[in-house]
Design a protein around this ligand. Sequence first.
Ligand code: NI
Length: 393
Amino acid sequence: MNIQALKQETDQLFPQIVQWRRHLHRHPELSFQETATTAYIEAQLKDLPGVELSRPTKTGLVVRIKGGHPGRRVAFRADIDALPITECNDLEFVSDTPGVMHACGHDGHTAMQMALVTLASRHREELWGELVCIFQHAEELPPGGAAELYEAGVMEGVDELYGCHLSSNFPTGTFGVRAGALTAATDRFDIKVLGKGGHSSMPELCVDPIVTGAEIITGLQTVIARNIRALDPAVLTVCQVSAGDAYNIIPQEMTITGSVRTFSEQVRREIPVLAERIARGVCAANGADCAFSYEYGYATVVNDEALTRGVEEGLAGWFGPESILHIEPVMPGEDFSALQKDCPACFVEIGTRDAAKGTDKPHHNPAYRMDEEGLRFGAGLLASILAARLGGK
Ligand code: NI
């Protein structure tokens, strides 16, 4: 493939990308409910030559393009869902649905991947192998759409997987790249201390769940500080505590809820064992009963070393080496991890921060805005990977 020509073509698609993105932005849909979004993507892409569309899940869709030559199977994933937020922006394409907003940039991910499908369709005869573009529903709501698509078999025979996220943490024109663990695994725990309520003046007749719960909260601080290797980053935070209705009644129970973030799968499996041991042990010591539950959320996204080097080379050639930022891991979870179980993968952050344009607000904020110029760079990223991995020599 001729890189200069492909670059020009990608640039020419930019107005179309913006148009797609604005349509999606105006009509956001919540996780697992992306019916109109799926229909829109389908309608826009179905008549392109050489594309095969399928809908393995209720919402979301998969587009396949077979190249003119045999070769590897390369998958890309874009998420398509919006968030339960009322948009607080003055834009001509502001959300038309109160309480729902594309506040994470998934509208941009979808539009960029639609451009990738368009480019691949035009150049299908020159491709070596097969392109699989996954338009994934429900990234924002665990258990997430990725796990469902994986179960439906969309990753079968895929040799490598790519994904990206627009980010107001990085300036427009830059890419956040990292080999190894990129996002934290995000898990949740719930502890219920079951005591025995009664009159505050006669604690000897009760089992006070608040005193027991307080001991558990203090004990939980040792889970990471005293048990996890200092070189393995992990955070355990108690975020919700509830007990009691009156100033003079010892309540029956207390609940303690919190979150755990880790980067290593081994540490991730150790933490619930340690936390449960403390909760049960403290309850037993105080004569209370204990209910402990632990919910695994999204696993860590891990970037393959070789694929990441390949992406960097492509970006350096396309946008110059100064466009690449070598970043630290990022804390938000990503269910992209559910698709990368059987093949190497690479996930890249695309900068959209421009303070002068007011696009420096955090994601998931009602006033979040995207610097659409970042979509030009993101589309270039996808096209550069297409050329490098399916474009032949
Ligand atoms: Ni997101």
